[in-house]
Design a protein around this ligand. Structure first.
Ligand code: GLN
Length: 537
């Protein structure tokens, strides 16, 4: 067996250049060549994980199968490669320090003074190598969050510097930068890239390859200039232009030989170029679909990163239904009984989004009522499902004060209650019901029909649950609890069978939806929205 090769991806000049997409695309290309790969992310912030972060800070929190709250880039890794990530695919500075401090308290360091170098950097290196050692991957791609020059990123860069030295021919670094276009001068500027590479060289890292993000085509001579100034081979400088879909990026990278340059630099055989057949078919289908279906996302965040996986799952489902999904953010804080018709009337389907806390929930309930009464395809996810339950309790069962104890601890009708296992928890970080759990689907239900199997496993992230004391009352009145966890008996799915598509899931099906294996619930929901559109027309 050959030794694991490590590829480190760093970024410079600006954040949000799409390092995660480049890492995921490279992973995809190597995977298509038959290699066994994984992709991991190291985030320099101090939080132990992003679970406690507001989505305004770092976008959505992505949950792995094994129940770790992680960075949203792991979602890209899974959607591109179909490979499941784990708790070992995402580390933060906080998590690294926590483990070093735990060791110090245990006395593991035998009287030594604990320092950033070597103790923190050793811990980072151990974590960076862990997946490769444990699973003998052919390639481990490691993305470093933030941009070079950030103070908190320094220990990670130092760890990479040391690993490059120790791993020798088995390590390689790719640096992603940005080449701005100055409209007034009509010129593309490479100086920020040169400075960014200097910053890396300053900490002892010579990048082996450069990916230049740009909004305008970068000529071969410009790339050659960058190569010469940055001590990088000319063929190791590729451009990454804006594309209509992030899923085009692997193809653009393949055309420029990102993967073949990697293989050549590792001294490996190049072999045949993989056709990426299914991936191309997906993109062709996507480009062919012209007609749009309008889906509202009812939630309190109106930024795209907050609901990343939901957006991607909807857009994948659109492609597989030969439609383009046009999503519309509907701020739940602004929704009232008076304006709901205006805000949602033209929509062909409505997603009631996940979330935490009181803010915006009354608007979600208003939206749910409107959708239920107008038989609009409606998909409630996690908090969205809980809102469906509360709305039903208030307006169908007649419990005006029905609520979740998350919002109202004293409600007499706690149709959404705290989970037994959550009652004594005082620490908020990493303590929710997290990760994949099995769900048994009732025969004859729409959910069962959609999944086509009796058991499914989906990922969770919640503290509250459907209060099982109310199950029979709900069922008699028409809301069915059709998905139940076989071990804990928790209600995982509710639906109203008399409506055309009205499903709420306590789990987050968006996390398992990938390009080549879209989630069945999203496929079916978008299909129902398209049917609704057809009927309305
Ligand atoms: N706040 C709700 C709970 O904790 C729902 C969480 C979510 O939507 N992810 O149960």
């Amino acid at each position: 067996m050959s030794e694991t090769k490590y590829i480190f991806v760093t970024g410079g000049v600006a954040s949000s250049l799409g390092k995660g997409i480049i890492a995921a695309s490279l992973g995809k290309l190597l995977q298509a060549r038959g290699f066994n790969i994984t992709i991991q992310k190291f985030d320099p912030y101090i939080n132990i994980d992003p679970g406690t972060l507001n989505p305004y800070e770092h976008g959505e929190c992505y949950v792995t199968e094994d129940g770790k709250e992680t960075d949203l880039d792991l979602g890209h890794y899974e959607r591109f490669t179909g490979i499941k990530t784990t708790q070992y695919n995402n580390y933060t500075t906080g998590r690294i320090y926590q483990s070093v401090i735990d060791k110090e308290r245990r006395g593991d360091y035998l009287g030594k003074t604990i320092q950033v170098i070597p103790h923190i950097t050793d811990e980072i290196k151990r974590a960076m190598l862990y997946m490769g050692k444990k699973h003998h991957y052919d390639f481990v791609i490691t993305e470093i969050g933030g941009t070079v020059g950030d103070i908190e990123g320094q220990p990670f860069l130092e760890a990479i510097r040391q690993l490059k030295w120790e791993l020798g021919k088995n390590a390689l670094t790719i640096h992603l930068t940005y080449v701005p276009y100055l409209a007034a001068a009509k010129e593309l500027k490479t100086k920020p890239t040169q400075h960014s590479v200097k910053e890396l060289q300053h900490v002892g890292i010579q990048p082996d390859m450069l990916v230049l993000r740009a909004e305008h085509h970068l000529s071969a001579s410009l790339r050659a200039k960058v190569a010469a100034f940055c001590n990088v081979d000319a063929d190791a400088v590729v451009q990454s232009l804006d594309v209509p879909s992030i899923y085009e990026v692997p193809l653009r990278m393949q055309e420029q030989g990102l993967d073949t340059t990697v293989l050549r630099k590792f001294g490996m055989e190049i072999g045949e170029t993989p056709s990426l057949g299914p991936w191309r078919s997906f993109l062709e289908r996507r480009n062919k679909s012209k007609e749009t279906v309008d889906i509202a996302l009812v939630g309190k965040y109106d930024l795209q990163d907050a609901y990343k996986s939901i957006l991607e799952a909807l857009s994948q489902a659109g492609t597989y239904n030969d439609f383009k999904v046009k999503t519309h953010y509907v701020n739940s804080e602004k929704l009232t009984a008076d304006n709901v018709g205006e805000m949602l009337g033209k929509m062909h389907g409505v997603v009631i989004c996940p979330g935490f806390g009181q803010r915006g929930i009354e608007g979600k309930i208003v939206a749910t009522k409107y959708c239920r009464e107008n038989n609009k395809p409606t998909f409630g996810i996690c908090l969205g499902m809980q809102m469906m339950v509360i709305e039903f309790a208030r307006n169908v069962l007649g419990y005006a004060d029905a609520n979740s104890v998350e919002m109202d601890q004293k409600t007499a009708h706690n149709v959404i209650d705290i989970m037994e296992s959550q009652k004594n928890i005082t620490n908020m970080g990493g303590t929710m019901r997290l990760g994949g759990y099995e769900c048994k689907l009732r025969a004859g239900s729409l959910a069962r029909d959609i999944y086509g199997s009796e058991f499914v496993s989906e990922r969770h992230r919640h503290r509250y649950e459907f209060n099982s004391e109310y199950i029979s009352e709900f069922e008699k009145a028409g809301m069915q609890c059709v998905g139940i966890n076989p071990e804990s008996s928790l209600v995982e799915i509710v639906e109203i069978p008399t409506l055309s598509w009205f499903i709420g899931t306590q789990f987050h099906p968006e996390y398992t939806s990938t390009v080549l294996k879209p989630n069945p619930l999203f496929l079916s929901f978008v299909k129902a929205a398209i049917t609704y559109k057809g009927k309305k027309a």
